[in-house]
Design a binder for this molecule. Structure first.
Ligand SMILES: Cc1ncc(COP(=O)(O)O)c(C=O)c1O
Length: 382
């Protein structure tokens, strides 16, 4: 079987995930070739060819980049994907390769908690940074004169959603580039390039790889010149993934649709169970029909993610609840097959209440997980 562009564009998500990025079959070779461990490659004579030095390129990255590109923009061979050592490496590569002193960048005020550090660094380099919340498309109000708009939708940890098409149209009208952090949705949940964005950027550490054992990031972009600058940044900074991580990520993508569908369906069940509890407030899950994010989410997302956020009345109650859980680990990050939850305020970064909990729903049986949550809520009441 060979993957034509047409096949990739029309096949179902599961089919595309299991076949994503696979090379043409070679007799007696594995379907997915193993990791290529090489700092340098044989290079007699001229400096030409795809693989010269291990910081610039690697055959294991090439296959992974092809896989991610097929999922982010099926059927679009003109897009380019570059993999990085982490999500932050990918985010920094876009921001620091595209922005110059004097440029204006618009970031979300409620995005991933490392963004304020990025902001400070951009400002130290002479970039003007404006922020506005994700909800209500508030970033529109500070777009004037911007060179780059950074969107995180759904936002982490508040799970607000903005109208990506609307923001892209306004940003492009003013000459700004648009990047979307697609970490929470995964490419099976949302395709930012099809919504008009110039870059889809993500932490592959989360649901894309999904086992809590790999750090990875990527940038997919449509503009060759902009992507050349991102590639150059990767070469300068050297924030590259190891071949083993890249191979593990590619291996994990084969089960992406299975994991995402299972985890996201259970996330909805968890949200439905939590909403019936009187001690739970501020419940957010974009897949809940009455969630404030649902209307826009349903117009631009194909799946709603595995993260559920909610509040318990006090810090002590939230801590007791987390301790009482048996199937849910108290840990940061999200997207893994094992459920995790944490009191987000413990990091100090997010503007959330002391009892705010971000839960990442794993691949456990939904009945077991819901029972564990309800029992822990009961036990933590005292
Ligand atoms: C939305 C979002 N973007 C980016 C990152 C950074 O990813 P990484 O930890 O792989 O650097 C995270 C990490 O939690 C995240 O939640």
């Amino acid at each position: 079987m060979s993957d034509t562009t047409e096949d990739a564009a029309t096949a179902g998500d599961g089919t595309r995930a299991v076949r994503a990025g696979l090379p043409e079959p070679v007799k007696h070779e594995p379907t997915l070739p193993g990791p290529v461990f090489a700092a340098h490659f044989h290079l007699p004579g001229e400096v030409t060819g795809p693989y010269l030095y291990g910081r610039d390129d690697n055959p294991t990255w090439t296959l992974l980049e092809r896989a991610i590109g097929e999922l982010e923009a099926p059927g679009h061979e003109d897009v380019e994907t570059l993999v990085f050592a982490s999500g932050m490496a990918a985010i920094s590569a876009v921001l620091f390769s595209q922005l110059r002193a004097g440029d204006v960048a618009v970031l979300p005020s409620d995005g991933y908690q490392v963004l304020p550090l990025v902001r400070a660094q951009l400002e130290a380099y002479g970039v003007e940074v404006r922020t506005a919340p994700t909800g209500g498309d508030a970033q529109l109000e500070v777009l004037d004169g911007a060179r780059l708009l950074w969107i995180e939708s759904p936002s982490n940890p508040g799970l607000d959603v903005c109208d990506i098409r609307r923001l892209v149209a306004a940003a492009h009208a003013g000459g700004a580039l648009v990047a979307v952090d697609n970490t929470l949705a995964t490419p099976l949940g949302q395709r930012p390039l099809e919504l008009g964005a110039d870059f889809s950027v993500a932490s592959g550490t989360k649901q894309l790889t999904g086992h809590g054992d790999v750090l990875l990031g990527y940038v997919t972009g449509r503009d060759a010149e902009a992507m050349a600058a991102v590639r150059r940044w990767r070469k300068i900074v050297g924030a590259i993934p190891g071949p083993m991580e890249a191979w593990l990520a590619h291996r994990s993508i084969a089960t992406l649709q299975l994991r995402v569908d299972r985890q996201n369906a259970t996330a909805l069940r968890v949200a439905e169970a939590l909403r019936r509890r009187p001690e739970v407030s501020g419940l957010r899950y974009p897949g809940l029909p009455d969630d404030p994010s649902h209307k826009i989410a349903s117009q631009q997302m194909r799946r709603y993610g595995c993260v559920v956020s909610f509040e318990l009345p006090t810090r002590a109650r939230a801590e007791r609840f987390l301790q009482a859980l048996r199937l849910v680990e108290d840990a940061t990050s999200f997207g893994g097959v094992r459920s995790t939850a944490e009191r987000r305020r413990r990091w100090g970064g997010d503007a959330v209440s002391e009892g705010f909990i971000r839960m990442s729903v794993g691949a456990e049986d939904p009945e077991d997980l819901v029972a564990d949550l309800l029992r822990a809520l009961d036990e933590s009441a005292g």
